[in-house]
Design a protein around this ligand. Sequence first.
Ligand code: SF4
Length: 147
Amino acid sequence: MIVCDEPTSALDVSVQAQILNLLKRLQDDLGLSYLFITHNLGVVEYLAHDVAVMYLGRIVERGPVEAVLHAPSHPYTQALLSAVPSLDPASRRAVIRLPGDIPSPANPPIGCHFHPRCPQAVPACRERYPAATPIGQGHEARCHLLS
Ligand code: SF4
């Protein structure tokens, strides 16, 4: 398994494409596994089979790429995906703006760490960290609204 930590983020777009195509070819030809760390959701869709979305150092949603990117269940994943520009007017989503700043991971908020910025927070979010709720076919998310 190869760990790739933001391997293309500092590259020119055309070089990025060459590197991603090389990684994909090696993945297909040699059966390589990558642990790919990125903020680029286009890269995730192109290269990954499974994805884990993290907030303040914890996984809040995980599952097959198709399920997580096309039917996100966690409010943070929904906000991330709403910010991805689309050339197709039919698939554009309303941008979800998150208030406030990202808290310190060294002193995370009690309860769900996302609650100070979550547009869907309910009282339980300030009290308990949510358990992982299975959504189906290996897709799960940590949100009180799902349990
Ligand atoms: S548990 Fe509450 S604060 Fe956390 S993502 Fe779900 S609704 Fe938002």
